[in-house]
Design a protein around this ligand. Sequence first.
Ligand code: GTP
Ligand code: MG
Length: 195
Amino acid sequence: MMFDNITFYKSVFSLKEIPGKSLPQLILCGRSNVGKSSFINSLFTRKNLAKTSSTPGKTRSINFYNVDDLFFIVDLPGFGYAKISIEEREKWGKLASKYISTSDQIKHAFHIVDIRHDPTSLDLTLNEWLNHAGIQFTVILNKADKLKQSELNKAINSVQKFFPGNIPGSSLFIYSAVKGTGKKEVRKKIAGLFY
Ligand code: GTP
Ligand code: MG
């Protein structure tokens, strides 16, 4: 069955530890605290597989999870968290940008944003890295449970201006890691990529 078998594979802190030619990779990227780690737990219905925290900056390493021995889902540390040191932020930026620009194993990226806020300049930088590396990406508008139905469409329209090439239902999805909104659609998207 699909998505039945997800296991933690490893945490890496430097480029040379990144698994080479083994399985294709789906990376989760975005600002700190948007819910990247929660996304993994909700998608696979595993409460504490990926460590989450209400304090931004929880994930500090690049974490690889093996899914069905078919692909890795990769939880990246969030960027833009002001309270970590400048050195650490730069270190993260370098590791993430080098990984994104040099890995030939990244098949697709999920760029996760908080649906309540417009993307920031850091999101646009990330977007440039992905485009430059030629990595196809899907935008996940997480925390949809925080908005009323009447506010959702407005928020989608607003965020979509930043990602004009992304089409709702195919490369842009509303999601809630808390309520499970969008889970079915996103799983279908992943199935189309890897199964
Ligand atoms: P970093 O590891 O710092 O980059 O953060 P992250 O993007 O992995 O975020 P994480 O999954 O740790 O979630 C951050 C906070 O947002 C936690 O308190 C989560 O419970 C909360 N959260 C995540 N997804 C949702 C969601 O869909 N709805 C709501 N209401 N809260 C969410
Ligand atoms: Mg995290």
